[in-house]
Design a protein around this ligand. Structure first.
Ligand code: SDX
Length: 428
């Protein structure tokens, strides 16, 4: 709280509101009393200038290209930490001591199995169902099986539900992939790391042992870290809004998955690789850049631009380095990477992209790595959802514990018909 204020002059006099300041980043004008005092709303479609909550989890500086999780820079976490350690950090606020991380890993590994009846849910889907359709359905259905962790007023139940969601997402995602290719589900193997277990459930078969490739395991774990949380993005805001009504955590995360699916959000990783493949050759890049700049053409460069980052997305930098490393270490080459690199160079020197401050985002390079590891593009957003579950769960817990939280209920600027009387059909 500061003693500084903001004055709003309306037709009927000046109104004064307190400025609140955070530990870093923009101050906010506390306008909670505006409607009561002025009879007016603020208007901010897309919430471009609106802070919906106080949070201590993730800080983004879009102009400087900074991303901190509980104060730790994303590039340091990606380089030195693990996804489970980052999950603990997001959930509990500090990096775990060795014994705390061991206990967290133990707890999570003991929740990786799904209730056996949930496996039958998959049989209700067509084999070609999009994995995100399956994720929405199965995660929402968890609330039908884990009633002992749906009372959001009980901190212990909230913690168990959080552990269950973090632990079961890899199993659910791997099963969605297995179902789509007609292979049997593999049960979790608790002797493996969180990410190694996911890789085995995804690419292993019952007919032979599966060796986790340490290069792939490290790259996958880093990709999970890069997707773990990102302040009040659309899907996190969806989880918070769903949670503000008191809905159970499984339903809230299912709502987040649904929102993440959109191509403007988490669906961009699938769309970006499809776009790079459609461009196919560096000679065709200029044609697509021209289309992206053409106001009459709905085409956008997928994996480019961001609501907050008006500088390079720090995750995209790490992702590009990882793409180079993985392809080199796996002795793979992918012409799409050449197209991506050239497209980035051309776009970043184009005055349209410079003026609009459009840079590659987290989704621009991720698909190249995921494709090299062996995932089909339809699985990319499911992997994003798997990783973002730790952020959603941390944000949901923070929202429930926030003494200021109440049901989210925005208002509107009404532009429809004013009151008029009903006209019987014969007289219309
Ligand atoms: C994620 O919020 C988060 O943090 C999300 C995320 C997370 O971790 O949770 O970071 C993950 O969703 C990353 C973004 C993935 N989406 C894409 O890559 C899809 C392509 N990008 C765009 O659709 C767009 O950039 C958004 C949706 C990401 C951001 O859109 P904004 O903030 O609403 O900006 P805008 O649409 O108003 O664009 C500003 C201008 C517009 O031109 P004008 O109307 O001002 O003339 O830039 C143009 C846009 O037309 N523009 C693009 C463009 N992105 C914006 N033009 C061409 N190609 C693009 N990619």
């Amino acid at each position: 709280m500061t003693n500084r204020t903001a004055k709003i002059s309306t037709g009927s006099g000046d109104l004064t509101y307190p400025l609140l300041e955070g530990s870093v980043g923009p101050d906010v004008i506390d306008i909670r009393k505006l409607y009561g005092e002025s009879g007016m709303f603020t208007y901010d479609p897309g919430f471009t200038s609106t802070a919906s909550c106080q949070s201590a989890i993730t800080y983004i500086d879009g102009d400087e290209g900074i991303l901190l999780h509980r104060g730790y820079p994303i590039d340091q976490l990606a380089e030195q930490s693990s996804f489970m350690e980052v999950a603990y950090l997001l959930l509990h606020g500090d990096l775990p001591k060795k014994n705390e991380l061991e206990e967290f890993n133990y707890i999570i590994s003991r929740h990786t199995m799904l209730h056996e009846q949930l496996a039958t849910f998959y049989r209700g889907f067509r084999r070609d169902a999009h994995p995100m359709a399956i994720m929405c359905g199965v995660v929402g259905a968890l609330s039908a099986f884990y009633h002992d962790s749906t009372d959001i007023t009980d901190p212990q139940q909230r913690l168990i539900a959080s552990h269950r969601l973090i632990a079961k997402m890899p199993t659910i995602a791997a099963m969605a992939y297995k179902y789509s290719i007609g292979q049997p589900f593999l049960y979790p193997d608790n002797s493996l790391s969180y990410t190694g277990n996911f890789l085995r459930m995804t690419f292993g078969v019952p007919a032979e042992p599966y060796e986790v490739n340490p290069i792939v395991e490290k790259a996958m774990d880093r990709i999970f870290i890069l997707h773990a949380d990102h302040e009040q993005n659309a899907s996190t805001s969806t989880v918070r809004l769903a949670g503000s009504s008191g809905a159970n955590p499984f339903a809230c995360i299912a709502a987040g998955i649904a929102c993440l699916w959109g191509p403007a959000h988490g669906g961009a990783n699938e769309a970006a690789l499809n776009m790079l493949r459609e461009i196919g050759d560096v000679k065709r890049i200029k044609e697509y850049v021209a289309r992206a700049k053409d106001k009459n053409d709905p085409f956008r460069l997928m994996g480019f631009g961001h609501r907050v980052y008006k500088n390079y997305d720090p995750r995209a930098k790490v992702m590009q380095q990882t793409a180079e490393e993985v392809l080199k270490e796996l002795k793979l080459s992918d012409p799409v990477l050449d197209v991506a690199r050239e497209l980035e160079q051309i776009a970043l020197s184009d005055e349209y992209f410079i003026e609009k401050k459009l840079y590659p985002n987290v989704d621009f390079y991720s698909g190249i790595i995921l494709n090299a590891i062996g995932f089909p593009t339809e699985m990319f957003t499911a992997l994003f959802a798997l990783a973002r579950t730790v952020g959603w769960v941390a944000q949901w817990n923070e929202m429930i514990s926030d003494p200021e939280q109440k049901i989210g209920r925005p208002r509107q600027l009404y532009v429809g018909a004013t009151q008029r009387d009903y006209v019987p059909a014969g007289k219309r």
